[in-house]
Design a protein around this ligand. Structure first.
Ligand code: NAG
Ligand code: NAG
Ligand code: NAG
Ligand code: NAG
Ligand code: NAG
Ligand code: NAG
Ligand code: NAG
Length: 279
């Protein structure tokens, strides 16, 4: 197979900074979902008020949504991008040598979102469960890996790029995105490696040209709403949107709304619905 991987080293420096997190004041009122954060607007079902099915925090000073979780030492995790079509957000996960596996799992898992199966994790420290002869599943060029480790300032092992030093839990195959039960990363697979830390992560993206790109320092999270399409008990999809059941990381079924091809929007009755884009 002739695959040319383009490695984009995207280093997201999350400097600790003093900010107060607030649900941004917005028009609308009532218990409706407020989706504005400073100058930014996020797609339903995400938002910043208790009326939103998936509540994020807002750093209004930089118009940036952040995950509703403060990690050890006050680390916060910024949302970098949204995609309503595939119900995902991309968050920064800067290289760190002190983010334990349970901590990473807590940060990246919520009541209605989880790490997508297109996200790969780089683990390090201990890694007692790694089968060294199987290469730990890493296929990252040594120079990229050593740069990651340098950026993370891992004490002592900063130039140890041997397969045993870092284990990778790979993304699932690209064509699994369509399968209802293969949308999310299996944390059991991660925990089986018995590593101490999640160094960083990567998102596997297949471009329209058919080439694969890997972006480092980011993780993709997929979201869902509770209840299945059939029950009618959950959030309603808008006209011109299709409803799809999705198996959530804890095994229950949830659903997603997606506008039909050619239309834009978040696909929800309670959100922007679907509309014809400019073209
Ligand atoms: C928090 O800071 C302490 C002291 O600097 C450090 O030892 C620890 O690893 C840090 N934890 C995280 C998650 O950054
Ligand atoms: C959302 O994801 C779809 C499918 O991968 C892609 O075609 C589309 O360009 C993405 N939209 C944005 C705004 O990135
Ligand atoms: C959906 O269900 C999960 C438990 O399975 C719960 O934690 C979460 O809060 C629910 N979400 C909403 C929007 O009610
Ligand atoms: C380790 O990987 C090698 C090569 O893939 C395989 O033959 C061997 O059975 C594996 N060992 C364990 C304990 O999984
Ligand atoms: C790291 O690299 C430096 C210089 O290249 C070398 O002196 C040192 O022994 C290396 N450390 C380890 C743990 O490999
Ligand atoms: C893609 O999906 C097909 C049908 O579900 C399956 O047979 C095939 O093995 C999958 N390819 C990969 C790379 O997983
Ligand atoms: C959108 O919905 C309207 C009304 O239900 C329908 O007439 C129209 O054909 C739909 N458009 C598309 C692109 O499905």
């Amino acid at each position: 197979m002739q695959h040319f991987f383009l490695f984009l080293l995207l280093l997201v420096f999350l400097l600790p900074h003093e900010t107060s997190y607030s649900a941004a004041a917005a028009s609308g009122g009532g218990d409706r979902c407020s989706r504005r954060c400073g100058g930014a607007t996020v797609p339903y079902p995400l938002g910043f008020s208790p009326g939103c099915p998936i509540a994020l925090w807002c750093d209004a000073s930089i118009s940036t949504p952040i995950l509703p979780y403060i990690g050890e030492n006050g680390t916060t995790y910024r949302v970098i991008a949204f995609n309503s079509t595939i119900s995902t957000v991309v968050v920064g996960l800067s290289p760190s040598c002190s983010r334990s596996v349970p901590e990473a799992r807590r940060v990246l898992s919520g009541g209605n979102y989880g790490v997508s199966s297109r996200t790969g994790l780089f683990l390090r420290g201990g890694c007692g469960g790694v089968n060294a002869s199987a290469g730990a599943g890493c296929s990252v060029p040594v120079d990229v890996m050593s740069r990651l480790l340098r950026t993370a300032q891992c004490v002592g092992i900063s130039n140890d790029t041997s397969p045993a030093a870092v284990a990778c839990v790979a993304s699932r195959p690209a064509n699994s995105t369509a399968a209802v039960n293969e949308q999310f990363l299996l944390w059991e697979k991660v925990e089986k490696q018995k590593c101490d830390e999640v160094l960083t992560s990567t998102v596997f993206v297949l471009t329209p040209e058919g080439t694969a790109t890997l972006e480092f320092g980011v993780a993709e999270l997929g979201w869902w709403l509770n209840g299945t399409c059939g029950t009618g008990g959950g959030e309603r999809c808008a006209a011109n949107a299709t409803c799809t059941d999705v198996q959530t990381p804890n095994g229950e079924l949830g659903h997603r709304c997606e506008c039909v091809a050619g239309m834009e929007g978040d696909g929800f009755l309670a959100g922007d619905g679907c509309y014809l884009g400019e073209s």
